[in-house]
Design a binder for this molecule. Structure first.
Ligand code: C2E
Ligand code: MG
Ligand code: MG
Length: 280
């Protein structure tokens, strides 16, 4: 009973307005799920039960695929396919994320080298870089030696950095971003608009491309107020001299609505869902 009460208490930790909570079963299930994924993560990575899927990025002017985003999937022996939303936050908490991200980056480099051998070029792949990866002092050098080992150049492996990475205002982050830029990596700001510090981050960091969060597309056709965001954010990003990628375009109607805004790149289920590399 004490353990379960503690779980309930932890669920309102930091929430000063709420003075009591009651336990329900889902709290324990969540804990058990998290413990199980933590218990199995190392072995699972060794057994390569993590898969890398690709989702196309499309140029608005030509409607052609001009890149892809690499998105991780976990084919768990007990739970089946688990979404990154369920395990990335856990890995960010316990620092395992860096090992997982290194695995994904290496897989993508390997794939890009294979494509090159087959004569497939001009499709850079963006990988996600977790906020905690940026705290690894040697990150820029690690990435550079990885691409060199696979005979790639930095413009073939784009880096998507989620904007929550900028919430903590340490000096390490700007420094890491500056060094990555010096090494000629293309840096994309992920999920723009979804966090608290996005505008300052846009002001402060030299991104090449800004990915507007998909939350701004959903609902834009139903409501006039909602419709104002995508055009306004697009012109803001353009005014500071960066390119725009709009995430989450799901329907033809949405595609038509955003086509004339001058957005450079689109990504979303309308063009293609994340799929295994062979399918891509
Ligand atoms: P993200 O980097 O913003 O990736 C885009 C997410 O939106 C993906 O979810 C993608 O499947 C989904 N998406 C794309 N188009 C649409 C659409 O039209 N409609 C809807 N409803 N969703 C769409 P996914 O694959 O579940 O990944 C979720 C998040 O997990 C990613 O968000 C990223 O932050 C994180 N993530 C995924 N793979 C990695 C990885 O290898 N490393 C790290 N550190 N994080 C990763
Ligand atoms: Mg991303
Ligand atoms: Mg995103």
């Amino acid at each position: 009973m004490c353990d379960l009460a503690l779980l309930a208490a932890n669920s309102i930790k930091g929430n000063f307005g709420q003075r009591f909570a009651s336990y329900d079963r889902s709290m324990r299930e969540k804990l058990i799920f998290e413990q199980k994924i933590v218990d199995t993560m190392v072995e699972s990575l060794q057994r390569e039960e993590f898969l890398v899927y690709l989702q196309p990025k499309v140029a608005v002017d030509t409607s052609r695929i001009i890149g892809a985003e690499a998105l991780i999937r976990w084919k768990h022996p007990e739970f089946g396919m688990i979404s990154p939303a369920d395990f990335i936050p856990v890995f960010e908490k316990n620092s395992f994320i860096y090992s997982v991200d290194l695995f994904v980056w290496e897989k993508v480099c390997h794939m890009l080298r294979d494509w090159k051998k087959k004569g497939i070029t001009g499709i850079p792949v963006s990988v996600n870089v977790s906020r905690t990866d940026l705290y690894h002092e040697a990150l820029p050098e690690t990435l550079t030696s990885m691409i060199t080992a696979y005979g790639l150049s930095p413009e073939e492996l784009h880096l998507e950095i989620t904007e929550s990475a900028y919430v903590q205002n340490s000096r390490q982050l700007p420094d890491a971003i500056r060094r990555l830029k010096e090494m000629e990596f293309i840096i994309e700001m992920d999920d723009f608009g979804s966090g608290y510090s996005s505008l300052l981050a846009l002001k402060r960091f030299p991104f090449d491309l800004v990915k507007i969060d998909r939350g701004f597309v959903s609902g834009m056709l139903q409501d006039k107020t909602q419709a104002a965001f995508v055009p306004a954010l697009t012109s803001l990003v353009h005014n500071v001299g960066r390119r725009v990628c709009l995430e989450g375009v799901e329907t033809m109607e949405e595609y038509e609505a955003v086509q004339k805004l001058g957005i450079e790149v689109l990504q979303g289920y309308y063009f293609g869902k994340p799929v295994p590399a062979e399918v891509f």
